[in-house]
Design a protein around this ligand. Sequence first.
Ligand code: FES
Ligand SMILES: [Fe+2]
Length: 346
Amino acid sequence: MSIRPEEYHSAEVFARERERVFGSRLFAGSAWRFDGPDAYRAYLAGNHALVTRKAGDRFHTLDNVCLHRGNLIHPLGYGEKPLRCGYHAWQYAPDGALSHAPLADPACIARKQLQSYPTAELRGLLFADLSGRAPALEAARRVLDRIGFDLDAGARPFRCHSVEHRANWKLLVENVTEAYHVSFLHGPSFVSQGYASAGGYEWGAEGDCSWHVMHAKEGLDARVRRLIPQSHREFTHAFVYPNLFVAVTSGLIAYIGHFLPTSAGTTLLETELYETPLLMRQKDAIREHFKAAAGPFSALVIEEDRVQLESSQLGLPYARGPHQLVPAEARVGHFQKTYREAMDAV
Ligand code: FES
Ligand SMILES: [Fe+2]
């Protein structure tokens, strides 16, 4: 049931993943990104060039490819523009219907509707389903509940950051779904905060999603507890298959990390940090203190992991067999099983 070494770098496998893994429900972006008039996100996912937008209180995910001559309607990334192609100005309604083609007789145009994909919001997180079904969100809801993730309506991140990884996307998933490496890789970050590979750890799965809780050593938290008695010494983490990570530190800082593979060997990770409702209720000076510490901490953890993942990417073509997972990596095993089922389904 495990993932074979060549599946971390093969272009053929990546082509199959685009259909099998990234061709149905996936994370499409944080809802706040679409609040501005004409705000959009244009991105490549599965076998699709997509754009997600909001009209009124509805989110729309559409093909981002012009019906005229196949131009990308919006350049890749985030922006604010009407849904109008830059080449010959064909214009589209929010639901993807062609609304205007300058200097053209509409009777001569056969295809007038951009393909659209069901899109739904869960706690400020947007999911699209490229298979055309309504996005299945029950497992995601349960793992978010389990890790205590919730944000105030209207919450905005205080830090956004993108990191290119020269590593296959599955290495990112496997890395964040175990705490085995914490003592050996995260000395300056997690270990200094009281977390360890052999520390308290629980995990569980809900359908294709999973979660874990890491408990920090007691004793380092006296000052935090004095400032915010309801905070705790836990790092909780959820994986919403296939491309979303959500984490909460001490009940104070929420992290949203999502990725899209850009090739078999490269992955773009985008991250956002938020104050939780608990932190938002504190005095300004306390909020600022925790926010100022959270940004560099998160960047350090991601950098420590990135260097290691890129090393794994270099090693895997020479591996003589699949990973040999130990019991502490059972959550990685759950991901591998989910992946195998998606890839091998007939
Ligand atoms: S390609 Fe879009 S209007 Fe011509
Ligand atoms: Fe890590």
